[in-house]
Ligand binder design. Sequence first.
Ligand SMILES: NC(=O)c1ccc[n+]([C@@H]2O[C@H](COP(=O)([O-])OP(=O)(O)OC[C@H]3O[C@@H](n4cnc5c(N)ncnc54)[C@H](OP(=O)(O)O)[C@@H]3O)[C@@H](O)[C@H]2O)c1
Length: 235
Amino acid sequence: MAGMFQGRQIVVTGGTGALGGAVLKRLLDGGATCHVPTSHGSAPDDFAFSGHSGVRLAPDVDLTDASAVDAFYAAVPDLFASIHLAGGYAGSPIGDTSADDFSRMMDMNARTAFLCCRAAVRAMRASATAGRIVNTVARPALEPRSGSGKIAYAASKAAVAAITVALAEEVKGDGILVNAVAPATLDTPANRSAMPKADFSKWVPLDDAAQAVCHLASAENRVASGALVPIFGRG
Ligand SMILES: NC(=O)c1ccc[n+]([C@@H]2O[C@H](COP(=O)([O-])OP(=O)(O)OC[C@H]3O[C@@H](n4cnc5c(N)ncnc54)[C@H](OP(=O)(O)O)[C@@H]3O)[C@@H](O)[C@H]2O)c1
């Protein structure tokens, strides 16, 4: 792993989150410089990489805001990879899901991914970099029959899946490789606290998910593009 990302400039949206922490650890161990936006004025108290020399934290970047996204990417030099983990889940049966609830899911998952993909492609094209883009979908995007109360979430992640596959085709000629991981439930502190009686051994360990993300974002991935990689663990 050491040196795998030496000298690489990599954007990690959602880098302050649970999966983000595991991804940042691998990238930083490999020598990357990581550009991490947060919608807040500073990193959360539990952010493990505050003050790390390889992390450039960008405060007050709302990734649903096109101008904020473009300004954030404009400040990143020589972008090699753009990893889009920012997103989230809210679930309810359809009768209890308002139009605003639906729009919030689409904004948080699909709009953020679209805006970051667009900014990343523009930056990579401007520097003629055959870069890497990694999006994050989720199992219900591939298998919408799994569980109920997930219509808005599944639709928003299915949109990210469609963006991934369509974009991979669109940027083929630029040499840019675009893929997505599709995790089932991740073994995060938030999930453990929300589902204390679940069998945690069936969940996907964060470092295993991070390994899949980092492979797709690396120069070692030379040919895979347009893939939606299921990382379902033992669930
Ligand atoms: N956890 C699971 O079981 C699971 C399963 C399948 C898929 N996923 C997907 O995997 C990804 C990571 O999940 P996670 O559990 O690590 O999430 P998490 O801990 O809740 O972190 C979410 C991250 O998204 C960022 N974010 C959200 N909206 C944003 C916005 N408008 N502007 C800027 N940043 C924004 C947050 O940044 P700030 O708070 O710093 O702004 C935070 O770093 C998500 O896309 C999630 O949908 C998760």
